[in-house]
Design a protein around this ligand. Structure first.
Ligand code: ADE
Ligand code: ZN
Length: 323
């Protein structure tokens, strides 16, 4: 099989990574203490690992961590530190989702300023390229989402390339966000949405038909509906999967079968870490597990490392510069 050193050194790009899921436990504990936020002790006191029992608990921890990020400087530090960790694992390009609505202490421009400062510092030192995709927290509904998109459009920046939709699929269907997505599309932003991670295939169909996404996050439940799966194959819509990254952390390889089936069907997949600090595996760990379980050749590894870039919302010139 391919060696861990080779897969770590392989230049990689990822397009599905949440900033709030990139906060090391010690930093989360420090930020929480300094801002008087209660993070569940059980979540951060396990030898530098977060611990939670399932996805819903993971989201609660994530919300506690994001509400501990309360200054521009906090955003800068999280961005810089997590990028440097990623670079040491071969990441050359990363797109960050972040949920502005999960940080009530700061305005959107204040958060953006921090992320940009951290990204530009890391880029200067290492060449790593960052793009930013503010995400709608679907639990907060369609009206708040429209307000968020309006705020994003009022503060354009070349590094802000699209919008996303995340958090609990049980708490907000794509159909609630048609207006927000239309607004973003008209402003020239690219569109992505989480669908079919825990939700059924109808969530994916709504993301395609009603939100008209340029990329799908997760998308696993397409396997339950052959017509939908072949639609993904025919369209070659990029699907940003998070292979071998599953909640809760001790049960990491929970979806090996699904990912094998998606790859075998010919879906345009990229491999991503989702929430590396929160869940555990960094991107090169995801590559290592993929190589092992899918019996990758060098060609497979190279194909996937580039798939991340082709799924990115960066402009052609940036993509070409990195390849
Ligand atoms: N926010 C962070 N990670 C997420 C995931 N895997 N699904 C939905 N929302 C998220
Ligand atoms: Zn995600």
């Amino acid at each position: 099989g391919l060696s861990e050193e080779y897969l770590r050194a392989l230049p990689k790009a990822e397009v599905h990574c949440h900033l709030g899921g990139c906060v090391p436990t010690e930093m989360a504990a420090r930020l929480a203490a300094s801002h008087g936020v209660a993070i569940p002790e059980s979540a951060v006191r396990h030898g530098g690992r977060y611990r939670f029992a399932n996805f819903d608990e993971g989201l609660i921890v994530l919300n506690a961590v994001t509400s501990s990020m309360q200054t521009t400087r906090d955003f800068e530090e999280v961005t810089y530190v997590s990028l440097m960790t990623a670079v040491s694992g071969g990441v050359r390009y990363r797109e960050y989702y972040f949920d502005p609505q999960n940080h009530p202490a700061l305005s959107y421009p204040e958060m953006l300023e921090g992320i940009l400062a951290g990204a530009q510092a890391a880029e200067k030192e290492t060449g790593v390229v960052t793009r930013i995709v503010p995400a709608i927290n679907r639990e907060l509904g369609g009206e708040a989402a429209v307000e968020l998109v309006q705020e994003i459009i009022r503060h354009p920046h070349e590094y802000v390339v699209g919008i996303g939709l995340d958090s609990d699929e049980k708490a907000g269907r794509p159909s609630e966000f048609i207006a927000a997505y239309a607004l973003a599309r008209d402003a020239g932003l690219k569109l992505s949405a989480h669908a079919g991670e825990h939700g059924d295939p109808s969530e994916i169909r709504e993301a395609l038909d009603l939100l008209k996404v340029d990329r799908l996050d997760h998308g696993y439940s397409a396997l339950d509906e052959p017509e939908l799966l072949s639609r993904l194959v025919v369209s070659q819509l990029p699907v940003a999967a998070c292979w071998f990254v599953d909640y809760p952390p001790p049960e990491v390889p929970g979806r090996i079968r699904d990912h094998r089936a998606m790859a075998a069907a010919g879906v345009n997949l990229s491999i991503n870490s989702d929430d590396p600090a929160l869940i555990g595996p960094e991107l090169h760990d995801c590559y290592f597990d993929s190589a092992l379980h899918m019996e990758w050749t060098v060609e497979d590894a190279e194909k996937y490392s580039l798939a991340g870039l082709e799924a990115s919302f960066a402009d052609r010139e940036t993509i070409d510069r990195l390849t």
